[in-house]
Design a protein around this ligand. Sequence first.
Ligand code: SRM
Ligand code: SF4
Length: 518
Amino acid sequence: MVVASEPKVKLNKIEKAKADKDGLAVKDELEYFAKIGWEAMDKTDLEMRLKWLGVFFRPVTPGKFMLRLRIANGTLNSAQMRVLAEIVQRYGDDGSADITTRQNIQLRGIRLEDLPDIFAQMKAIGMTSIQSGMDNVRNLTGSPIAGIDPDELFDTRELLQKLESVITNQGEGNYAFSNLPRKFNIAIEGGRDNSIHAEINDLAFVPAYRDRILGFNVLVGGYLSAQRQVEAVPINVWVPANDDVIKLSIAILTVYTQNGLSEGLRENRQRARLMWLVDKWGVEGFRAKVEEEFGQTLAPAALKDEITQDKKDYLGVHPQKQQGYKFVGLHVPVGRLSADQMFEVARLAEVYGEGEIRLTVEQNLIIPYISEDKLEAFLAEPLLEIFSINPAPLTRSLVSCTGNNYCNFALIETKQRALKLARELDEELEISDRVRIHWTGCPNSCGQPQVADIGFIGTKARKDGKTVEGVDIYTGGKVGHEAELGSRLEKGVACDDLKPIIRDLLIQKFGARPKQNP
Ligand code: SRM
Ligand code: SF4
């Protein structure tokens, strides 16, 4: 008898490692790892599986780990911020925190032996870092002014918290979603300005009315990577603004993970994001599979969505939905915070607000619930000299990925260079409007250069016969209403030659004028 052989699937290296041992399994071994030390750990556990706990080995700073949290909707409180400050404080100059482009916080300088204790501390304050890296659902983003926005359509916080809880099994880890074919980004917008960059998420919900009921149109497949940058596409689905959002998210994650092998997503890491499945099946085919998994007929999309505004940055003082209160957006230069600054943020949120703190995808902070009678004193606080409420136009909208100080993919240093260039050009030029400049240290695009007015992607350039740090320059990214990805303007410009080029670009395309007496 001839037995038909199964078609052979060539799993990529990461898939093989996951098949040997699920990433999440290291959760039960953490005490042991802490005891033996990182040098004695299995290499794959150290460099790959620990990321399922949000723990990132940094080859650039071996022994000093990065811890990526999960902060659904970018909403935390002062007690949590204080504990995070205490965690990084113990590492002196090695300890710091970054606000990320997914409205999240990453801690730096962490020692492996301290992790069991750190996890216990985090659990006590309702925080987790579980499944925040590798082939998992990443930090869930939502409107940063949810619940306080006077023009709000929907408060995204509760839905995102519930979704977070389901996906992570209340922060304990969830094997149902610990082996996706690749990373997965989910965002829910509740306002009118597309604050969450719907277009660059694998799954995005944008507010839309159907028969006068508020719900969401659903977009899928958006992502940025070295090989491909693609905007999310509508799948002609509308869901009401209730638990159907969670049910649909789970259905899509299930379809993605369960078909990953048969549809070849687990062969090549560069062709593994959700959009590749949509490409394979077509939008209608994909929709049909999702509907089957959802178990009920899905409503077709509303004819139009409610994204009608340009994207706001929320810096400065703004009226809140709640009478008598303001929310204040603070600019955190390229998202970096010291322990002392974190303690201060916690204190300000408590003294002047109600202890709430919000994060934005622009790597900034918002403190809500500042009563009008306390506003003046708040604005006079010394921290606001560093975390300004009204920075100069280029510094204001600067975003930067980690770069080569900590990231081994980086081809260039980003954060300091980004700040220096922005500050110098702010000194020299008069610019009436903000210009959004995003830096990213390599083509992985964590700093989202394609959504910027001007974006830089780190590369190696040639100058005077030598290889030097350089960038590819992108322009034309549009955010908010009718968002669009930008495209490449110039390739391989040496960073040392960048300033006059960007100065000219700002004058020619963004209405900048040289200051009379800079
Ligand atoms: Fe990212 C990998 C940092 C947002 C696309 N990203 C990495 C790693 C983990 C690489 C590594 O192991 O060193 C970086 C860690 C460096 C470090 O020490 O901080 C890293 N990514 C970041 C952060 C911290 C940038 C920042 O400074 O804000 C952001 C953390 C978000 C979070 O809180 O979870 C971050 N990364 C993004 C985004 C932006 C977004 O989500 O809107 C993207 C593009 C959007 C997307 O994913 O579609 C992004 N990161 C990548 C990729 C390319 C993905 C791909 O499909 O090829 C990689 C490399 C990979 O996954 O193979 C990557
Ligand atoms: Fe690292 Fe590249 Fe991402 Fe920057 S874009 S954090 S350099 S992987």
